[in-house]
Design a protein around this ligand. Structure first.
Ligand code: MN
Length: 252
């Protein structure tokens, strides 16, 4: 039995092709896996789980997409694949209702899980980019439950407008901030891996897929970075029992 990890699909109604190919991937590839972890920025924007009530009444198509995706996830979890979701910097408002309807568990960021017989630290990755201080200030605010309640109380059109403006200013690979600022801070990677006593870290966010060999004070370690999906190509990490994680791109 294998475990699959993916992140940064950035699903949105403006890219129906990507949505269709992801749903196809779920049927072909994820069914039969022991577990699927989605490590954030699954949706390009998420304005609240009440999106699931809107259906065709939402002219932006976000509700229709959310409804299709949640039922596909439900089919997967009902078929026996354990499903885990972690928030990203775009879909941090994804809530317990979405998770319950999908048959998924929301995982805190960071989380340590056992994969291939080894403890592995899972993160979205945005918190590792400590040099982007403007974004880190926003992140602190966005993870505050009181702030989230305030946002979720706004009417849907206001929240859609807010999501659009956040997308324009968010800490993401498309930003015009300096390259180094947009990547993880090596010291922060070492710090958090030591704090959790792990030799393996898996995250996404930076859209810079790679496997980095690290030296944690004489102890060899690895940092796996998942890639973002397009309608043409996806990225996954596969963990077969007793084996090291393997990062691979695949055509969609
Ligand atoms: Mn991200």
């Amino acid at each position: 039995m294998t475990t699959l990890l993916i992140s940064d699909l950035h699903l949105h109604p403006g890219d129906p092709e990507l949505g269709a190919r992801f749903l196809d991937w779920l049927e072909r590839r994820a069914h039969g896996a022991a577990a699927l972890y989605i490590l954030g920025d699954f949706f390009d924007a998420w304005i609240g789980d009440d999106l699931l009530d809107l259906g065709d009444a939402d002219p932006t198509g976000n509700a229709e997409l959310a409804t299709r995706v949640v039922s596909a996830l439900r089919r997967l979890s009902d078929a026996g694949t354990a499903l885990y979701l972690m928030h990203g910097n775009r879909d941090f408002l994804l809530g317990e209702r979405f998770a319950a309807e999908a048959g998924a568990t929301l995982l805190p960021d960071p989380s340590v899980v056992e994969l291939g017989g080894e403890p592995v630290l899972l993160m979205h990755g945005d918190s590792l980019c400590t040099r982007d201080t403007t974004y880190q200030a926003f992140r602190t605010q966005a993870r505050n439950p009181a702030w989230q309640q305030q946002i979720l109380a706004l009417p849907v059109p206001d929240r859609l407008a807010l999501a659009r403006s956040l997308r324009e200013q968010s800490g993401e690979a498309t930003s015009n901030k300096a390259e180094a600022i947009m990547d993880v801070t090596p010291d922060e990677v070492a710090r958090i891996m030591r704090a959790h006593g792990v030799s393996t870290l898996i995250h996404g966010h930076t859209h810079r897929p790679a496997v980095h060999a690290l030296d944690l004070g004489g102890r060899p370690a690895r940092r796996y970075v998942l890639g973002d999906w397009t309608a043409e190509q996806g990225w996954e990490i596969v963990v077969a029992s007793g084996q090291a994680p393997e990062l691979r791109p695949f055509p969609l």
